[in-house]
Structure formats: structure tokens, C-alpha cells
Design a protein around this ligand. Structure first.
Ligand SMILES: Cc1ncc(COP(=O)(O)O)c(C=O)c1O
Length: 387
């Protein structure tokens, strides 16, 4: 048997990749599983976005390789989007790099900046990809605590009490997944000061700005942020385009040039039709988000009812594509979600997927219809006594 690479020794298969096989097996047995675990928007992008892709099929060079940096129209669209919604000025020539989803950016940035043995500050709880990619490039994840008591914001004092001499990068993600917590400009300012003090590259992963959130905020809106920070963003959740794979990294031109050094060796440009569709999406006005959020608001209210039925507590002032809830005291997240899966045919995410600080919590996504949530409510209400 050919030996796998050492870099895989500490990287497990992605939780959902494994768990979805288990869910598929249950479905094959005829079980009516409802999946409210995953944040893959079920709603469609607007019609004009889809039309733009269809129309692109008539463009003579549509089937050819495209620019490694995306078409100028897309970079300009991203620039206008950042100006309109985040009040951030970006130069479309060198401060914007379109990506095929923000997830690939996590790998590109890590490959561009991390050497073996470098340390990376990673939120606990947080998106699991930050730690696994760090391990894949043979750097070392240093988890920092996010706690409910401090609104899931980094405790910089606690972080500064550690030896930071090997830390080269820090991942932050606000609005935060899985908790939905938000950071203000003041919080971002403190993080930028911290990054400057310790010469750390700070990356804000920002794909959830527009879901049940009235005040989209960018790390780059802080003065001087571009010296030490870049930001990832994505059309996946904002425009229901998760499967299209369109994201971006924006900020410091020198940092972006270094990322392009990796990226240009990995892909050969994004399909033109997708880029044209993305341009249309980025041009949508605020009422697009208002329309989406009306739907999400109704779903969120149903999830709250589901969590009430399960005796879980949650914060009604928090938005986002998920509802993060605290389990009754002493409950284990994985046991609780497995009981729901095997006894109620409802698949929901245990908080431990996002790190040890997720123990005692569960996460539901808002990506199914009201009818489906009503069915979940019925199932959990009738079986509550068993859980
Ligand atoms: C925090 C966070 N970052 C990045 C991503 C990846 O998004 P994209 O579809 O842009 O690759 C996700 C997807 O679920 C996410 O939750």
C-alpha cells in the first residue's frame, strides 16, 4: 500500500463528509431524515443572475481559460460592493482577488505565508477548516478561547499571556460562525493594534455579513488595517450561490500578490459565465438582502420554538445563518445530536465540531423551508420526554 503523506497524519476527514455518509445510510434504510445541520442556502439567486450566466454562453471566449485575477468587471463589482456596504475603498487593480469560494482562500493564504513550525491563532469554537489547513501546511494551530460570557470575542489579554514569538497569523471570523456573534469597529481596532504589535497577519473571514444583520462590518474599515490584514468574503451565503464557488480576498496589494503566486499555480481562472453572474449579484440593491432576511426571520422564529421544545437556550439578539443554542446543563452535544438523529430523524450539528468550547451547544441552520421546520417542531415536541 502506498503510504499517505505525513501532512495528513493529524488531519481528520471533514466532520460533515463523514457524518453525511452515516445520514445517507439511514436514508437508504428508508428513514425520513431532515437535515438542519448544514449551511447551504436552499433559496435561489435572483433571476437576472442566472440569466447573466445563460447569456454568457454566447460570448465567443466563454469556453476558454480566464484571467487568474478574474475579469476587470468582477473586480470592479467587488470594489463597488465593498464601498457601498462596508465603506471600504479598494483598488480593483491590485487590492481585490476573486476566488473560487472563500474556503480555497484559507488554503492559499496558509500556503503563501506559513512555514513548517509557524504558529497560527485559531478561534475555538470556529470553522474547522482553519485548523485543518494549518496542519496540512505543517504549521501549528494555537487555539484561542471564545466564550459566551465575553460575547464570543477574543480575550486579547489571555492571548498576550502566551509566548507569541512563533505566531505568524491569526484567523478571526465576524460575524462569527457558529455563534453568530458580531464584532464592532472598536473590537476590530483592538485586533489590528494587537496584530501590529506582534507583527501578525490577521485574516477576517467574513461570509455572513448580510444574513439577519443590519450593520455589515469589514475589518478593513479600520484605519491602518490594510497594513496587517486581509479579508475573505463570499457570494455563497449573501446571494445563495454556495455551489457556484465565488469568493474573494481583499486588502493589502503585496499580500494579495503573494497569494496569487500560490493561486495561479493551482487553478486556471474562473468560468466566465460564473463571473458574469457574480457581477450581476454584486450589483443588487439592499432590498435583495431585505427580502432574504424576511424569509430567514420566519425560519429563525421556528428554530427558536424547536429549541424551546428541547429546553435549550439561545440569544434572540444574534443573527446569522444559524441558531446556536446551549443545551440543558450536563448534556453532551454529540450524544444529544445523535439521539435526535436516531430517535427523531433530525440531523443537527453538535457544537464540538467547532472545537472543545462548543461542548454543551448545538447549531441549527436556517436553510430549509418553514414547512420542514414545522415538521421538525412536531417531531421534537412529540418525543421530548425521550430526549
Ligand atoms: C466561517 C466560514 N468560512 C468560510 C466558509 C466557506 O464558504 P465558501 O462557500 O465561500 O467557500 C464557510 C462555509 O460554510 C464558513 O462557515
Amino acid at each position: 500500500m502506498i503510504q499517505k503523506a505525513d501532512r495528513l497524519n493529524e488531519v481528520k476527514e471533514y466532520y460533515f463528509s463523514k457524518k453525511l455518509r452515516e445520514v445517507a445510510a439511514l436514508k437508504n434504510e428508508g428513514r425520513p431524515i431532515i437535515n438542519i445541520a448544514i449551511g447551504s442556502p436552499d433559496l435561489a439567486p435572483p433571476l437576472n443572475v442566472i440569466e447573466a450566466v445563460n447569456n454568457a454562453m454566447q460570448i465567443p471566449n466563454v469556453h476558454q481559460y480566464q484571467s487568474y485575477q478574474g475579469i476587470p468587471e468582477l473586480r470592479e463589482g467587488i470594489g463597488k460592493f465593498y464601498k457601498d456596504y462596508y465603506q471600504v475603498d479598494l483598488n480593483p487593480n491590485n487590492e481585490i482577488l476573486p476566488l473560487m469560494g472563500s474556503k480555497e482562500g484559507i488554503m492559499h493564504i496558509s500556503m503563501a505565508f506559513l512555514n513548517k513550525g509557524d504558529q497560527v491563532l485559531i478561534p475555538n469554537p470556529g470553522y474547522p477548516t482553519y485548523a485543518s489547513v494549518t496542519k496540512l501546511v505543517q504549521a501549528e494551530p494555537i487555539l484561542y478561547n471564545l466564550k459566551e460570557a465575553t460575547n464570543w470575542l477574543p480575550n486579547l489579554e489571555e492571548i498576550e499571556n502566551q509566548d507569541l514569538s512563533k505566531v505568524k497569523m491569526m484567523w478571526i471570523n465576524y460575524p462569527h460562525m457558529p455563534t453568530g456573534a458580531e464584532a464592532t469597529k472598536e473590537h476590530f481596532k483592538k485586533l489590528i493594534d494587537f496584530a501590529k504589535k506582534y507583527n501578525i497577519l490577521i485574516v477576517n473571514d467574513n461570509p455572513y455579513s448580510f444574513i439577519l444583520n443590519d450593520s455589515p462590518t469589514s475589518l478593513l474599515a479600520v484605519e491602518g488595517a490594510k497594513e496587517v490584514a486581509v479579508e475573505l468574503n463570499s457570494l455563497s451565503k449573501s446571494f445563495n450561490m454556495a455551489g457556484w464557488r465565488v469568493g474573494m480576498v481583499v486588502g493589502n496589494s503585496k499580500i494579495l500578490k503573494t497569494i496569487l503566486q500560490v493561486k495561479s499555480n493551482m487553478d486556471s481562472g474562473m468560468f466566465l459565465g460564473i463571473q458574469k453572474g457574480a457581477v450581476e449579484a454584486l450589483n443588487l440593491t439592499k432590498d435583495w438582502f431585505e427580502k432574504q432576511n424576511k424569509i430567514y426571520k420566519k425560519r429563525q422564529a421556528l428554530v427558536w420554538k424547536i429549541f424551546d421544545a428541547l429546553d435549550c437556550s439561545y440569544n434572540k439578539n444574534i443573527g446569522g445563518l444559524f441558531v446556536w443554542a446551549k443545551l440543558p446543563k450536563g448534556e453532551s452535544a454529540e450524544q444529544f445530536t445523535d439521539t435526535l438523529l436516531y430517535e427523531k430523524d433530525v440531523f443537527i450539528t453538535p457544537g464540538t465540531v467547532f472545537g472543545s468550547n462548543g461542548e454543551g451547544y448545538i447549531r441549527a441552520s436556517l436553510c430549509v423551508s418553514e414547512e420542514v421546520f414545522k415538521e421538525v417542531l412536531e417531531r421534537v415536541t412529540t418525543v421530548k420526554s425521550k430526549l
